[in-house]
Design a protein around this ligand. Structure first.
Ligand code: IVH
Length: 672
C-alpha cells in the first residue's frame, strides 16, 4: 500500500471503528462482534506501525492506552471551574427558587440532573478533535490528563455531525460500580489491599502515569455542561441533547437521569425519586443538581465568588445513626493482612441491623481517636460495609481505654509488620498462622486454581482440626481412611475427595502457580510468568532483572516472588507438590516446540492454508515471537497475498528473509 492509499484506509478504518465504539459504549447496541472489532483495530494498528507519521493522536488505537505521562502539566482553564452551593432541605430549595424568580422577573424552567460522584473534567474540542482534558484542580488551573481521558470509551475522540468548531465539554468521570467491584476482586485475588470507594479510586486512576492501566480499569463519563456555544440553543437542556448528536454520552431522559420542570413540586419529586432509587443505579451519586435552563436567565443570575447563582446542589443525607463501640477485633486474611473491625451495639441502619463496621487500618483508628465504650456515628454510604465517621466526645465515659492498634497477630502472636508506604499491617508468619494457612489452602483448591471437586471450606477446616494437613501440598498425601473418619464424611464423599485431589494433578502449570497464592500473583500475572519461564524451577531462580523483563511484571511483583521462593516453608511445599506429580511446568502443546525461540516474525497479507491468527499462534507455539513492524531485528517476514508493497520494500531494504506460505509450511515440517 502506498502512502496515499494508507491515508485513505486509515481514515476509513478510524471512522468505522469510532462508529462501532459509539454503538457499543454510548448506545449499548453493538453491530459487530468483539472479535471483528479487534480485527479492524489490529488492521489499523498495523497500518499505523507501518506509517507512523499518519497515526493521529485521536486514533481509535489510543483507546487501549500506552502513552505514559511522567508529570501532569498544570494548565489554566479557559472557563473557571466553579463549584456548586449545597442545600439539604426543601426550605433551602424554596429560598433559592424565590431568589431566582425575583432576579429574573419571569417564569423559570428548571433542569434537574443527578449529581455524579466522581471527579470533574473539562474537555476541549477544536475542529471536532479532542485536544485537551483538564481536571478541576483549584478551579483556575488543573492537570492535563488527556492521554488517560482518551482511554475512556464514552468520551468521543472526534465529534460527529454539525459539531461546533471550538467547544468545551464539562462532565464527571466516575467508576461504574461493576468495574469498581471487579477491580477490587482482582486486588483481593492478588493479595493487595482493596480500594475503599469508587470516587477516590476514579480520581486516583485518572492521575496514573500509565494510560494502559487506566484503559483496563473502565472509567466512564457523563457530560453536564457545554461551554462556549450558548448561541446554539435556548437553554442547557436543549444543548445537552444536541451534544448527543456530536457523539457524547448524555443522561437518558427515559430513565429520569435528567428532567425539566417548572415547579418546586417537580424539583422535590425528582429529589425524592432519586433519594429512594439511587441504590439501584449502576454508579454512585451524592445528590441532585438543579439548574435554571434558559441561558439568558442564567446570565441575569450570574455568579457569586465561588458558584453560579443559576444552579444549586441538593445533597442526600448519608444514612447515619449513632451506637456504642463495644470492642475492636482484628481479622487476618489469606495474605496476612490484618483488618481492624469495630464491634458495635446492634443498631438499625438503612433497613439492616449493623453489628460491625470496618475500621480499615491503624491510621484510620488513630484519625478517629477511638476509646472503648464511645458513642460513634455510623454511616452507610456507597460502600456495602458501614463505616464509622466520627465520635461523640460529650458522651465519652471517664477512664475508658483508648483503642490502640495491636503489635502481635491475634491468631499466632507473631509480631506484625508494615511495609514502607503501605497502610496495612501484615502478619509475616505465612506458614504457621492458622487463618493464613487455611486461607491459602482454600485459595489453592478454588475454581480458578486447582478446582478440586468435593473439597470446600468446611472440609478444609475439618482437615486442619484433625491435624491431617497444614498446607496445600499435604492434600496429596491424604488417604481414603483418614478422610472417611472425618465428621459428616460418607464413603462416597471421601472417594470423591480423593479422586478430586488425584485429578488436580492434571491442572496446567499456570493455574498451579496462581493457586500457590503468592502475594500479587493473580490469574493474569501467573499466566504471563508460566508462559515466559515455562517451569517453576526456572521461575524460582530468576533474578530481579529477569523477572522485571516480563511484560507487566514490576518491582513489587518481582520482590514478592523472590520473597516467596526464599522462604523455607514455600520450598518444602514446592518439593512436596513436585513429588506428588502436580504440574510444575508447561506441558508442550501438541505440535509445539521451542525451536524458534529468539526468532521474531512479521506476518502480513492473506494466506490460503491458515488464517493470520492461526499462523501467528503456530509461531508462538514454537517459541517464536510475533511483532507488528519490520525492523533490522526481524528474523522473518511471512508474506501472504495482498501484502503491502511498502512492507515488501522495507523487508528487502533491511535484508530480512521473506517467507512465502509454502516456505513457512516447509520450515514448520522440518524435523529439527
Ligand atoms: S454543574 C459551576 N452538574 O459537582 C459548576 N456538576 O460541586 C457547574 N457534579 O465540580 C457544575 N454532577 O464535578 C454539575 N450534573 C452535574 C454534576 C456536577 C456532578 C460535580 C462537579 C462539580 C461539583 C460541584
Amino acid at each position: 500500500m502506498n502512502k496515499n492509499e494508507a491515508v485513505q484506509e486509515i481514515e476509513r478504518l478510524s471512522l468505522e471503528l469510532s462508529e462501532h465504539n459509539h454503538l457499543y459504549y454510548v448506545e449499548s447496541r453493538p453491530l459487530i462482534s468483539d472479535y471483528d472489532f479487534d480485527m479492524l483495530l489490529n488492521k489499523l494498528q498495523d497500518l499505523e506501525d507501518e506509517f507512523p507519521d499518519l497515526a493521529s493522536e485521536n486514533s481509535p488505537t489510543k483507546r487501549v492506552g500506552g502513552d505514559i505521562t511522567k508529570k501532569f502539566e498544570s494548565v489554566e482553564h479557559k472557563y473557571a471551574m466553579l463549584s456548586l452551593s449545597n442545600t439539604y432541605s426543601k426550605d433551602e430549595i424554596e429560598e433559592w427558587v424565590a431568589r431566582a424568580l425575583k432576579m429574573v422577573e419571569s417564569d423559570i424552567e428548571y433542569v434537574c440532573e443527578l449529581k455524579y460522584d466522581g471527579c470533574a473534567i473539562g474537555i476541549q474540542y477544536v475542529e471536532g478533535q479532542l485536544k485537551q482534558a483538564i481536571t478541576r484542580g483549584d478551579g483556575a488551573k488543573g492537570e492535563n490528563v488527556t492521554a488517560n481521558v482518551r482511554t475512556i470509551r464514552t468520551v468521543p475522540l472526534t465529534l460527529k455531525n454539525d459539531f461546533p468548531k471550538d467547544v468545551e465539554i464539562r462532565g464527571e468521570i466516575f467508576f461504574p460500580l461493576e468495574n469498581f467491584h471487579r477491580l477490587n476482586e482482582k486486588r483481593r485475588e492478588q493479595g493487595e489491599p482493596e480500594f475503599a470507594n469508587p470516587r477516590n479510586t476514579a480520581s486516583g486512576t485518572l492521575k496514573m502515569q500509565d494510560s494502559k492501566v487506566v484503559a483496563e480499569r473502565g472509567l466512564d463519563c457523563f457530560l453536564y455542561g457545554v461551554y462556549g456555544v450558548d448561541d446554539q440553543a435556548e437553554g442547557h437542556y436543549e444543548l445537552v441533547q444536541k451534544a448527543s448528536d456530536w457523539g457524547f454520552k448524555i443522561p437518558p431522559v427515559s430513565l429520569r437521569y435528567i428532567e425539566k420542570t417548572s415547579s418546586i413540586e417537580g424539583i422535590m419529586n425528582f429529589i425524592h425519586y432519586w433519594d429512594e432509587k439511587r441504590k439501584e443505579l449502576p454508579f454512585e451519586i451524592d445528590g441532585v443538581v438543579i439548574k435554571v435552563n434558559n441561558y439568558d436567565q442564567q446570565e441575569i443570575l450570574g455568579f457569586t465568588a465561588k458558584s453560579p447563582r443559576w444552579a444549586i446542589a441538593y445533597k442526600f443525607k448519608a444514612e447515619r445513626v449513632s451506637t456504642i463501640l463495644e470492642e475492636v477485633t482484628y481479622q487476618v486474611g489469606r495474605t496476612g493482612a490484618v483488618t481492624p473491625v469495630a464491634n458495635l451495639k446492634p443498631v438499625q441502619l438503612g433497613g439492616t441491623t449493623v453489628k460491625r463496621a470496618s475500621l480499615h487500618n491503624a491510621d484510620q483508628i488513630e484519625k478517629l481517636g477511638l476509646y472503648l465504650g464511645d458513642r460513634v456515628y455510623v454511616e452507610k454510604g456507597g460502600e456495602i460495609i458501614p463505616k464509622i465517621v466520627g465520635v461523640d466526645l460529650d458522651d465519652r465515659i471517664a477512664n475508658s481505654e483508648e483503642v490502640k492498634f495491636i503489635h502481635a497477630c491475634p491468631e499466632c502472636h507473631a509480631e506484625l509488620i508494615r511495609h514502607e508506604g503501605e497502610v496495612q499491617h501484615y502478619c509475616p508468619n505465612e506458614i504457621g498462622c492458622p487463618p493464613q494457612m487455611k486461607g491459602k489452602v482454600e485459595h489453592f483448591i478454588g475454581r480458578k486454581a486447582m478446582d478440586i471437586d468435593g473439597l470446600g471450606a468446611e472440609t478444609v477446616d475439618a482437615l486442619f482440626e484433625a491435624n491431617l494437613i497444614s498446607n496445600s501440598a499435604d492434600l496429596y498425601s491424604l488417604t481414603f481412611d483418614q478422610v472417611v473418619n472425618l465428621e459428616r464424611m460418607a464413603d462416597k464423599s471421601a472417594n470423591n475427595l480423593i479422586d478430586g485431589i488425584e485429578a488436580s494433578k492434571k491442572i496446567p502449570f499456570e493455574r498451579v502457580l496462581f493457586g500457590l497464592g503468592i502475594r500479587m500473583v493473580g490469574e493474569t500475572v501467573a499466566k504471563k510468568l508460566a508462559k515466559y519461564f515455562k517451569s517453576l524451577d526456572a521461575l524460582s531462580v530468576a533474578t530481579l532483572d529477569e523477572l522485571i523483563a516480563v511484560d507487566e511484571i514490576g518491582d513489587k511483583i518481582a520482590l514478592s516472588l523472590q520473597d516467596f521462593f526464599l522462604n523455607e516453608g514455600s520450598r518444602q511445599i514446592i518439593q512436596k507438590l513436585k513429588d506428588a506429580g502436580v504440574q510444575l511446568m508447561i506441558e508442550e502443546q501438541e505440535g509445539g516446540s521451542n525451536r524458534w525461540e529468539g526468532l521474531s516474525f512479521v506476518v502480513s497479507g492473506v494466506f490460503d492454508a491458515f488464517s493470520r491468527d492461526e499462523l501467528k499462534a503456530t509461531i508462538e507455539q514454537n517459541g517464536g515471537k510475533n511483532v507488528s513492524s519490520i525492523s533490522k531485528k526481524t528474523s522473518f517476514v511471512v508474506a501472504g497475498d495482498k501484502m503491502g508493497p511498502s512492507k515488501l520494500e522495507k523487508a528487502t531494504k533491511l535484508e530480512v528473509t521473506i517467507l512465502t506460505e509454502q516456505d513457512f509450511i516447509k520450515m514448520m515440517n522440518r524435523d529439527d
